[in-house]
Write a protein that binds this ligand. Structure first.
Ligand SMILES: Cc1cc2nc3c(=O)[nH]c(=O)nc-3n(C[C@H](O)[C@H](O)[C@H](O)COP(=O)(O)OP(=O)(O)OC[C@H]3O[C@@H](n4cnc5c(N)ncnc54)[C@H](O)[C@@H]3O)c2cc1C
Length: 440
């Protein structure tokens, strides 16, 4: 019989949200998951699955039953000819990257971290950058879902096609994702070049930058014009890296955390901190070549609050200039660096922030130096106002203030998603507080 542990405290990576599940399970088989679902039904409990616990919101929280899928993490099938891999939903991408590389394969795109589960990262629509590339769930070509009734559904473009378009970005509310099949590409190396620029230059030549580099993104240092442009492109050149740069980077971040902590007492320091660190770490050209996942992933050193909305790509300049003006007009509102600006191709996934439109993601951040909370409400509301005005849709993993009414306006396919959810989970066993705000 499956054993649930009491007294476990769950906290997300940033330690910004947590919960105290009554029972915490780490099942090793589908039969055990079915037992947990039976037990939950009998005791009138809800169930939440957690992957890597990286979502910077309460989307994975529950005080009822929590299922951690870390023991269902096998690679089930590698089809080298079709370049496809089928994995259990609990596998971390960090393990998958290594496994794929043994077969000469790779995922075409990855987010900043790989300590996330395959089913977890698609659950919230994780994205990276590159206007030729969709959000990460666009790499999913099939999945299997264990529904509230205990039935297993195979889903793909050709089988249960509607459920597939819903489940590729499932919010953890359609059932338990048991397996995921990814379309991969041949393993590749990336050449990363980072160089300084200005906000005006990048916004005025956005089209050129998007054409020049396959995985183009930029970091804007708020309270200034400074920008670090980052190009990443496939290369046949051998790996190389600048170790002194890595050293500067590590030392720089210890100093940054200390200075940000000081700035919690003197907020006006933030604009100087942003400028100083741009000068220290980002004002010269840096190059690096490595296997793709080592370039896609980067160190997110300390805990943070984040927001990340996707706006139609043609609104990029207007929205960023409004954010810049709002900061200039309100000196008491401080913004930590960077504002990270990334791009993604439009897709057909019902709840994708890029649904049917090429998009620009604008990620804002407020660090929590030594775990200290930093006031950010004003900045958050100003940012949300600008994003909403430009037709933005929030990242599902990241805390936002939207409710069902907003999502109905934002997502043409929202009613279709709701009806699939209601059909698959009529009693709402997979809901939690976060999801109630989305669906009620
Ligand atoms: C340091 C850091 C860097 C990040 N970088 C990026 C980035 O570059 N781009 C980006 O878009 N996002 C980024 N994120 C956000 C992150 O990618 C998402 O939060 C992602 O969903 C995390 O995956 P996870 O496995 O930790 O999911 P969790 O947070 O554990 O869960 C996410 C959702 O999936 C559900 N779920 C998990 N497993 C299953 C399953 N087997 N069946 C059904 N439901 C399941 C959960 O219930 C929940 O609803 C970052 C977060 C952090 C902390």
């Amino acid at each position: 019989m499956v054993h649930g542990q009491g007294g476990v405290k769950f906290q997300n990576w940033a330690k910004t949200y947590g919960s105290s599940p009554e029972l915490y399970f780490q099942p090793t088989s589908v039969e055990e998951i079915r037992e947990i679902l039976d037990m939950a039904r009998k005791q009138d409990k809800r169930v939440k699955v957690v992957g890597g616990g990286h979502s910077p919101s309460d989307i994975a929280c529950t005080d009822d039953f929590m299922i951690q899928m870390g023991k269902m993490n096998r690679v089930l099938k590698v089809d080298k000819e079709k370049q496809q891999v089928t994995v259990e939903g609990g596998i971390f991408l960090s393990d998958l990257n290594v496994e794929l590389s043994k077969h000469g394969l790779a995922l075409a795109n990855l987010g900043a971290v790989s300590e996330v589960a395959a089913a977890g990262m698609i659950g919230t629509g994780t994205h990276n950058t590159g206007i030729k590339h969709g959000i990460l769930p666009t790499q999913v070509i099939a999945l299997t879902l264990l529904t509230a009734s205990g039935e297993i559904l195979e889903c793909s473009e050709s089988i249960n096609a509607d459920i597939f378009q819903a489940a590729r970005l499932h919010l953890g509310c359609l059932g338990i994702v048991l397996t995921v099949t990814f379309q991969c590409v041949p393993q590749f190396h990336l050449h990363e070049v980072a160089f300084p620029s200005t906000l005006t230059e990048v916004l005025d030549h956005l089209e050129d930058h998007l054409k020049r580099s396959q995985y183009f993104r930029f970091l804007w240092f708020p309270h200034s014009e400074n920008v670090s442009v980052i190009y990443q492109d496939p290369t046949n050149k051998p790996p190389s890296s600048s170790s002194s740069w890595l050293w500067d980077y590590a030392v720089g971040y210890y100093l940054l955390e200390f200075l940000l902590w000081i700035s919690t007492f003197v907020p006006s320091l933030v604009c100087w901190i942003n400028r100083f660190f741009f000068w220290l770490l980002f004002s010269s050209r840096v190059e690096n070549i490595a296997i793709s996942y080592k370039i896609f992933n980067y160190e997110c050193r300390f805990k943070q609050h984040v927001q990340d909305w996707a706006i139609p790509i043609e609104k990029t300049k207007e929205a960023l200039l409004e954010l810049k003006a709002a900061l200039e007009n309100n000196p008491k509102m401080v913004a930590h660096y960077p504002v990270e600006v990334r791009f993604a191709r439009g897709d057909e996934i019902w709840l994708s922030p890029c649904f049917q439109r090429d998009s620009c993601y604008v990620n804002i951040i407020m660090y929590r130096p030594y775990g200290k909370n930093v006031p950010h409400l004003n900045y958050w509301l100003t940012y949300e106002g600008i994003m909403k005005k430009h037709g933005g849709r929030p990242h599902w993993a990241k805390a936002h203030s939207c409710t069902r009414k907003d999502f109905e306006k934002m997502y043409p396919a929202f009613p279709k998603f709701c009806s699939v959810r209601e059909k698959l989970d009529p009693t709402g066993i997979f809901l939690n507080t976060y999801l109630e705000k989305v669906f009620y």
